[in-house]
Design a protein around this ligand. Structure first.
Ligand SMILES: Nc1ncnc2c1ncn2[C@@H]1O[C@H](COP(=O)(O)OP(=O)(O)O)[C@@H](O)[C@H]1O
Ligand SMILES: [Mg+2]
Length: 548
């Protein structure tokens, strides 16, 4: 029932509907007329109606006014002639309505304003929408809907639309949903629990979608740098932020002249064997993303050229006399400490400054043990797909595996590569796709052997911490001279309490002779030469307070 509100009054601004509100004889009461129906709503009292109408429709306006007076005596109707010669012309209509609302004495402290948009031409409705949206009219929209079924001649219903609220709510909900999707996508749908990792992914998502600046992904091998780079690209692609392709290159696979030409292209005849023009990867990545993995392996000339390409979006292909252009986003990957490489004179400081605006360090798997269970599930599903059969792991087997995996014994030096390989081996050996405790036990033996080699390596020392920490391929590139020394240093680091402690042990003689001022710093610099930090060398996650 119409409730009499003391105090605030409701005022509607509406256009007379020159077709919807028509009707003169008694049968007009059987017809749904939106403007009249609005004044017949049980839960809406219109105290005043500003009825805008073309000057030529005075008669119709009078009828509607009289009818409203009959059904809603509390409504004051104020017919307002508005001369719009062509109500289908946007400019004319907008200007006429704008002039009207500019001089309208709105009193928002005392009155609530509704703008009726069921009647009038579509152009008028659009203009009214714009005027509410731009707050020229401090109100909400009201829309009338006819009744259905037997009720067709009744007053129907009304809907209020608050543009501020609906825009805010819908967009906020949409935004949250999109962000959730983006994060899940970057995490390959794995429900990770590690807070630091989840926060990292959130940041990466934000940066990926807000910025085209270079991004640097660091972290140990197998931590997921390459995969993440590709996913960042795909996310940007789904949000239509890139038009070009994803082009990736592992810089460690390139040497000498081949590197220049692969990256920057060459012209036909630039060197023996250059039988045709080659655009090069930078050019190919135009409009897209170029992922340079192991960027620390890039030679000096390539580094200089890359810097130029990042700064000016131009570079000179090998043998060319004209520069080529390419606009791409760079994502770089490395498991080296590039700052240390700069100090060793092996990486350009200006290039590092250019690419490390956004540096994200992907943690090693053993730094986030709580994520091993969801990742195990993920790997089981992957294995099921790879083997074409459903692979499961019984409760006991799972507990056994996870206890080992999350203990200090679970080194996971190859990170996801190790986990992936372990699960794939177990899945392959499981009869009927069911991984039992025995299958797990056998795998744990393999992993123990892999991570703590008991067989002497070529160097003759009892262990091979160098391969464990650097990975077999990098370790193989070291001179025997460096390798033996690094092996021993790593041994000391493993047993030392802290970086300073290890420094004191390693430089005890120089210390006694006062030749060394800062043992910890000396050790830190030594390790950095191999791209290693204290965490890698000591094999421990907790960083001890560094008193050196
Ligand atoms: N977040 C992750 N969860 C599960 N598996 C992953 C994840 N990231 C990467 N992988 C898998 O681990 C392996 C190594 O990932 P990759 O991106 O190549 O590591 P990186 O480039 O850091 O050496 C790949 O097989 C990849 O599919
Ligand atoms: Mg990689």
């Amino acid at each position: 029932m119409a409730q009499k509100t003391r105090g605030r009054r409701t005022v509607v601004l509406g256009m007379l509907g020159t077709s919807l509100d028509t009707g003169q004889g008694p049968h007009r009461w059987t017809k749904w007329r939106p403007t009249v129906a609005m004044c017949q709503q049980d839960d809406l009292v219109v105290h005043r109606l500003e009825l805008l109408h073309p000057p030529s429709a005075g008669l119709l306006c009078a009828t509607v006014q009289a009818d409203i007076q009959q059904v809603s005596p509390e409504t004051q109707v104020r017919p307002t002639p508005l001369d719009i010669r062509d109500p289908w012309n946007l400019e004319e209509t907008y200007c006429a309505l704008l002039d009207y609302v500019r001089t309208y004495p709105f009193q928002p402290e005392e009155e609530d304003y509704l703008v009726h948009i069921t009647t009038g031409t579509h152009i008028m409705q659009i203009c009214m929408f714009l005027l509410v949206e731009s707050r020229h009219i401090p109100g909400k929209l009201i829309q009338m809907t006819p009744g259905t079924g037997r009720d067709r001649s009744g007053p129907g219903t009304h809907t209020l639309i608050d543009l501020d609220l609906s825009r805010y709510d819908a967009l906020a909900a949409r935004f949250r949903e999109e962000q959730r999707e983006g994060l899940a996508f970057l995490k390959a749908g794995i429900d990770t629990r590690n807070t630091a990792f989840n926060r990292l992914i959130e940041r990466i998502e934000q940066v990926a979608l807000q910025s085209r600046a270079p991004m640097l992904l660091t972290g140990p091998t197998g931590a997921g740098k390459s995969q993440l780079a590709r996913r960042v690209f795909t996310l940007k692609k789904t949000r239509r932020q890139v038009s070009g392709p994803f082009v990736d290159l592992n810089c460690a696979t390139l040497r000498g002249d081949a590197a220049m030409s692969a990256l920057f292209g060459h012209v036909k005849g630039a060197f023996t064997g250059a039988l045709a023009d080659r655009p090069g990867l930078l050019k190919q990545a135009h409009g897209g993303v170029l992922f340079l993995d192991e960027i620390g392996e890039l030679g000096a000339d390539e580094q200089a050229m890359l810097l130029r390409a990042l700064e000016d979006k131009r570079f000179l292909p090998v043998g060319a006399d004209k520069e080529a252009e390419s606009d791409f986003q760079l994502i770089a990957g490395t498991n080296r400490d590039l700052q240390a490489e700069v100090e060793r004179g092996r990486f350009r400081e200006d290039l590092l400054a250019r690419i490390n605006l956004w540096t994200f360090r992907l943690p090693a798997l053993r730094e986030r043990p709580e994520d091993i269970p969801p990742n195990l599930q993920f790997e089981l599903e992957q294995a099921s797909q790879a083997l074409g059969t459903r692979v499961t792991m019984n409760k006991e087997a799972q507990t056994h595996f996870l206890r080992f995996a999350t203990s200090a014994e679970g080194r996971w030096s190859g990170n996801f590569r190790d986990l992936n390989a372990a699960v794939l081996r177990m899945a392959t050996l499981a009869s009927g796709g069911r991984i039992t405790r025995d299958v797990v036990e056998e795998e744990l033996e393999r992993l123990r052997a892999k991570w703590q080699p008991s067989t002497p390596v070529a160097m003759g020392s009892g262990s091979d911490r160098v391969s464990e920490v650097l990975g077999a391929s990098l370790a193989a590139e070291l001179d025997r001279f460096d390798r033996v020394q690094l092996e021993d240093v790593l041994g000391v680091c493993r047993s030392a309490r802290s970086l300073s402690d290890a420094g004191r042990l390693l430089f005890a003689r120089s210390r006694a002779q006062k030749k060394s001022v800062n043992d910890a710093d000396r050790l830190r610099k030594y390790l950095a030469r191999f791209g290693l930090g204290w965490k890698d060398a000591s094999g421990r996650d907790e960083s001890f307070p560094d008193d050196g």
